[in-house]
Design a protein. Structure first.
Length: 389
């Protein structure tokens, strides 16, 4: 049997501000460091892997004999969002960032959107928190039927609609139209996102498992597509496939929560896979706790993942590769609900496959793409270098 490679992205898990973080207003961010200091979180299994060796952590000591090779990776692409981060992990470096809209979308964009889907107007059209936007505009949406359109510091066009006003299937149609007809050319955002919600005024709730991301099409020269074209079976767990517009995956498994993502991963690992690449995103840390400035919730989500580490490691066969990393930061101990420009952690198991136990600071997230491509013997021209023997 041929080996399998598993890449687990803990969404929003940063390990300290990058050298260029000041350009993004993020010079004081340190997601994992601040959570450790603020909550005293204990992560015994990740500690055994060596996460405390990557940076000083108040509640997680170094390990003299870590199970994994350890280090951190620098993002070189312009941006700090999930699409940019996952694309760089897959070997795509963006010199030009996706467009953002700190003052809302231009009038011509909103006009084209409304005319295209057949509504008179859109509500909000500002950068907004996803929970606050339905609180502040949800009642008007119920009365008028007008969709709520908003953005964030990321390159996103988000459409929120109550499921009783606009069916989820209709919302998906609107998003697909917006992706393909409106947010193109100079307005090609990283993602158009469907944000359905439910409930009554004063108690609206997002239907997180029905969220759907419509990504910009990635360049074909990326790790997932290269592996797929070479005959490697490729699996997405969580929102990964959405970030690659569904391109290059043998199978994708959407998830409602980190618990389900971990369950799906363990299920695949028990299925006698061979010659397979499994790309996992665990979103709760970012979506539920980072954006909502909830360090205790974030810490709890990390503990949930930590408890799963022994089961995951036990299913790694001889000849397999496991990589744990992040895609950007999202410091819940800050005053910002946005992503942050941070290094991300790198744990490589088993450590014997790595060039050294201490991998220090890699020049790009794309070191992962180089390493996984090398693992499967697939030729590539990704930027970066492999950290494997």
């Amino acid at each position: 049997m041929m080996g399998n490679a598993y890449v687990i992205v803990v969404d929003g898990l940063g390990v300290g501000a990058q050298e260029d973080a000041k350009e993004y207003g993020d010079e004081h961010m340190n997601t994992l460091g601040h959570i450790s200091q603020k909550t005293g979180v204990q992560l015994p299994n990740l500690q055994k892997m060596g996460i405390g060796n990557i940076l000083p952590l108040a509640s997680i000591p170094e390990n003299e004999n870590p199970l994994s090779a350890f280090g951190k990776l620098r993002e070189v692409s312009a941006g700090k969002d999930s699409t940019t981060g996952h694309w760089e992990i897959a070997g795509i470096q963006l010199e030009k960032p996706f467009p953002t809209y700190p003052d809302g979308f231009p009038e011509d964009v909103i006009k084209a959107f409304c005319e295209g889907i057949g509504v008179e107007k859109a509500l909000c059209n500002k950068p907004y928190s996803g929970t606050e936007v339905i609180r502040d505009f949800g009642e008007e949406h119920l009365k008028t039927g007008y969709p709520i359109v908003y953005t964030s510091a990321d390159s996103v066009f988000q459409i929120a609609c109550h499921e009783d006003v606009v069916s989820i299937d209709k919302l998906y149609e609107w998003c697909e139209y917006t992706r393909n007809q409106i947010m193109v050319g100079k307005h090609e955002v990283g993602r158009v996102i469907a944000r359905p919600f439910t409930g009554k005024p004063g108690s609206f709730e997002r239907i997180s498992d029905k969220r759907h991301d419509y990504s910009s099409l990635p360049p074909q020269n990326n790790l997932v597509q290269k592996l797929y074209d070479a005959g490697v079976k490729t699996y997405s767990i969580g929102k990964v496939a959405d970030l690659f517009a569904g391109e290059g995956f043998t199978q994708y498994r959407p998830t409602k929560s980190n618990a389900e993502g971990i369950s799906q991963l363990l299920s695949l690992m028990s299925a006698d896979l061979d010659n397979s690449f499994v790309f996992v995103n665990l979103i709760d840390t970012d979506q539920l706790f980072g954006h909502r400035l909830d360090p205790e919730g974030y810490a709890g989500s990390l503990r949930e993942f930590d408890r799963a580490i022994p089961a995951i490691v036990s299913k790694i066969r001889e000849g397999d590769l496991l990589i744990i990393t992040g895609d950007h930061g999202n410091d819940p101990c800050s005053n910002s609900t946005d992503h942050s420009r941070e290094f991300v952690p790198l744990l490589v198991f088993p450590k014997g496959v790595a060039i050294s136990e201490d991998l220090k600071t890699g020049d790009t997230f794309s070191n992962i793409a180089c390493s996984v491509a090398e693992f499967f013997g697939v030729e590539h021209d990704f930027p970066g270098r492999s950290f494997l023997n």
